[in-house]
Design a protein around this ligand. Sequence first.
Ligand SMILES: [Zn+2]
Length: 274
Amino acid sequence: MKILIATDMEGISGVTNWDQVDPAHGEYARFRKIMTDDVNAAIQGAFEAGADEVVVTDGHGDGTNILLEELEARARLNAGNSSPFSMVQGVDNGVNGVLYVGYHARAGSQNGILAHTWSSSRIANVWLNDVLVGEYGLNGALAGHFGVPVLMISGDQTACAQAVELLGALETAVVKQATGFASAECLPLKTAHQLIREAASRAVLRSKAGNAPKPYVVAEPVRVTIEFLQPEQADRAVRLPGAKRLDGRRIEFTTADMPAAHKGFRAAVALALP
Ligand SMILES: [Zn+2]
């Protein structure tokens, strides 16, 4: 059994504001260590439940947040952000299930810590075949294309609820109760790590027993609709080959399959920059 732990930073234990996840800020050093410890808790849980192999993908910013020197020795780390599948790099490589650690709610959510979808400065909403998704959905659909289910998520209560609503009854570790965009009642780290470890363990046990959630499979071809925050961003992003403009803020394009949709979405987000 091979497990991919797909990580992000906004849903990590104790994170409540942007400074804590910004490498340019003094608080970041604390929180990348906490991120590493959240990930280690999930690795331990996965191995306890009988995983044979665990690969971790660092999915926040430039993908160089997790401290390799402190990572559980049994795991391996996909670092950097230019990889083909970005936040779920490695998902096409014989993986049996994905565990999300440190995930956050989609853009526009109420009571979601730093809720956004890929880019907080560019994206208002994203739909796959008219279904509103966040990063949990974009990455979950890519995993689903390869027949891989998402088995677990850690983050705030809103991120966990959104993932369950879209992806099925996966295991959750609610490490903080968001009371706003940048405020939460946070569990102490010991407690949070125990929750993550137990959720990861249950997730792998369920997968081994054959009662894990089904892969999230989006019908292909895939229609991707993106609503930007500013019309100027849509002006730029519509240069993506095959994209058409729907209105002031929205563009749309259709791809043959989910890997192309995932790459096309990331390309459109990049194009939207001046
Ligand atoms: Zn994110």
